[in-house]
Design a protein around this ligand. Structure first.
Ligand code: SF4
Ligand code: SF4
Ligand code: FES
Length: 232
């Protein structure tokens, strides 16, 4: 039986269950904490740090930190807002993000966060990486690797029936990238492809078959509703 516990988020007492992460407990109580790499049920990776909050005075990732009794969580200080802006700007600077020509525009979580935080430019130098576009490893998806934010959601979420991931890490350091394992192309179904496109928070994984502009830009998910749809 799960234990009821109480904690404070932004000075308000809330009750929740012990197995929840801070992100989940906050969401249950109408408090939005931005996430990019978070996948429900997966606590073993915290790659983006956009969800950083203060827990009893210390910075912690809200997506992989479980709630505890009497915990004191701050999600919305000026310092945390600035940290999040910093991370978003870094992601724009280290990838190639030209939203005007991106299929994911309007459905992209990174773009939606940039809008939420009213970011018009990045204070960091744009690196304009050219990591290539993989059109051949899969007959169902393409990967524009210069847009990948290395969140690893595809690796965690898209697996065959034996639990083997279709997407894998390759290389190291600055050359680290996520690639589709072409040896698994024969068992990669259209449903897997649709789910991979959905799980990718940016426009790195794109379907070859989907009608990319079926929903016109301007009428997509985040064109209509701000990400989180609440004040941070
Ligand atoms: S992935 Fe997102 S942020 Fe990058 S170009 Fe596409 S819409 Fe813009
Ligand atoms: S391909 Fe998409 S889901 Fe996979 S690591 Fe890159 S950004 Fe994340
Ligand atoms: S969402 Fe928590 S580290 Fe990425």
């Amino acid at each position: 039986m799960q234990k009821n516990i109480s904690l404070s988020i932004n000075g308000n007492k809330i009750s929740t269950t012990k197995s929840k992460t801070i992100v989940e407990a906050a969401e249950d109580n109408g408090i939005y904490i931005p996430t990019l790499c978070f996948l429900k049920g997966k606590l073993d990776h915290s790659n983006c740090r956009i969800c950083t909050v203060k827990v009893d005075g210390y910075h912690k990732p809200a997506c992989s930190t479980l709630v505890a009794d009497n915990m004191d969580v701050i999600t919305n200080s000026d310092e945390l807002e600035e940290l999040r802006k910093y991370i978003i700007e870094l992601l724009f600077s280290t990838g190639n993000h030209i939203c005007a020509v991106c299929q994911k525009s309007g459905d992209c979580e990174l773009q939606a966060l940039a809008y939420k935080y009213k970011l018009l430019f990045s204070r960091f130098e744009h690196l304009y990486p050219n990591k290539g576009i993989d059109t051949t490893s899969s007959d169902k998806i393409i990967m524009d690797k210069s847009r990948c934010i290395l969140c690893q959601r595809c690796i965690q979420a898209i697996k065959d029936k034996d639990g083997n991931p279709f997407f894998v890490l390759q290389g190291r350091s600055n050359a680290l990238e996520v690639v589709f394992d072409k040896e698994m192309n024969d068992i990669f179904t259209q449903e897997d492809a649709i789910e991979a496109v959905k799980q990718c928070p940016v426009g790195c994984i794109l379907s070859k078959e989907s009608a990319a502009f079926e929903t016109p830009i301007g009428r997509r998910q985040f064109d209509k509703t701000e990400i989180g749809n609440k004040e941070v």
